[in-house]
Design a protein around this ligand. Structure first.
Ligand code: ADP
Ligand code: MG
Length: 340
């Protein structure tokens, strides 16, 4: 039978799929729009994301993965099924073997949910294995994880920031905090509500963060027009918000991410700490793109910080590399996922 090995980065914000020998074949937001009445899926990915906050009561546009873990099992399974099908161009008779990333620190129940979602999406349980996200991120960022020297990766996604120190191919110490891109968006929403008496949607908040957001002041920072609902009279309203305001709004959340890095450094065995001073910290995930975050983190920790090339792709690229090495023999995935 025709076999396809695929790697899936099932993220809170985005799902990426790679195929062994082909590279990345799909990048889509982890969003599903379905009919409330009968659960029929109307759209997944980009199309569904456009619908968030704009649906009538009969349609729900949701992100089934929250804080890095599955919040809505059936919807996640439906989404996964669509994505796998899309990635394979509908060649449903192919046997698929899948490697899926899970955040560090997930419970047995949470990782089993990921496994079961893949089973429900049509993949045989024997052909699934799980890999911890920061390990995949480090491999995908090109860090020399197999060496007997420490390297540190910080993957900042939508729901979680995962901080890990790796050596000899595995995680030595890691920390996962549920503070990442979504919390930055929320902070912007709260700020605009409090200071401008205006309510904005989460899509708008994300756009503000991407266009104007920064961790430290930057050259040529400006302002932008933002539209939403006036909380006083309920009418549509537009305001101008500055980069400085956005930075202030996100300040506490950014500090929490940096605190997680500091905490992990404190728990790192000294020999590896020494390696990290030499090699620096590598940032991956969409949150790594926040302007000046590398500089701020470096100032706060005293360690050089680098943003990986294509930070949004690191986890799935690492999965692709791991896939090359994995032999899906019996029982392997059970042994593997018990660790996480
Ligand atoms: P996940 O792994 O949880 O799916 P991703 O690694 O795909 O997350 O990153 C998505 C997050 O990165 C979102 O919160 C998104 O808003 C954020 N993001 C994407 N681009 C930028 C940018 N240029 N600046 C700041 N945040 C960004
Ligand atoms: Mg991710």
């Amino acid at each position: 039978m025709f076999t396809r090995d695929i790697g899936i980065d099932l993220g809170t914000a985005n799902t990426l799929v790679c195929i062994r020998g082909k590279g990345i074949v799909m990048r889509e937001p982890s969003v599903v729009a379905y009919e409330a009445r009968n659960d029929i899926v109307r759209a997944v990915g980009t199309e569904a994301k456009e619908m968030i906050g704009r649906t009538p009561g009969s349609i729900l546009a949701v992100r089934p993965i929250k804080d890095g873990v599955i919040a809505d099992f059936d919807v996640t399974a439906a989404m996964l099924k669509k994505f796998i099908k899309q990635a394979l161009h509908g060649s449903i008779f192919t046997r698929v073997r899948v490697m899926i990333c899970v955040p560090v620190g997930v419970t047995e129940v949470e990782s089993r949910a990921v496994l079961n979602a893949a089973v429900q999406a049509g993949v045989s349980a024997n052909n699934i294995c799980l890999i911890p996200e920061p390990k995949a991120a480090a491999i995908g960022a090109g860090l020399p994880v197999e060496e007997s020297a420490g390297c540190m990766v910080v993957d900042i996604g939508g729901g979680t920031s995962e901080v890990a120190v790796l050596s000899l191919g595995d995680i030595v110490t890691a920390q996962s905090v549920r503070v990442a891109g979504d919390k930055l968006d929320e902070a912007i929403i709260n700020y605009i509500r409090k200071t401008h008496n205006m309510l904005i949607g989460e899509r708008t908040a994300e756009q503000i963060k991407i266009e104007l957001g920064s961790a430290i002041p930057f050259e040529g920072e400006g302002s932008m027009e933002v539209k939403g609902r006036n909380l006083v009279d309920g009418l549509p309203k537009s305001i101008v918000i500055t980069a400085k305001e956005v930075r202030e709004a996100m300040q506490d959340t950014v500090s929490q991410i940096i605190d997680a890095v500091r905490l992990t450094l404190e728990k790192t065995p000294p020999e590896l700490s020494a390696d990290i001073i030499d090699r620096g910290i590598t940032l991956t995930g969409g949150g790594a793109l926040l302007r000046g975050l590398d500089k701020l983190m470096s100032d706060e920790t005293g360690i050089p910080v680098f943003v990986a090339d294509n930070p949004l792709d690191c986890v799935v690229l690492g999965t692709a590399k791991e896939l090359e090495k994995t032999d899906f023999t019996e029982d392997r995935h059970y042994k593997k996922y018990r660790h996480y």
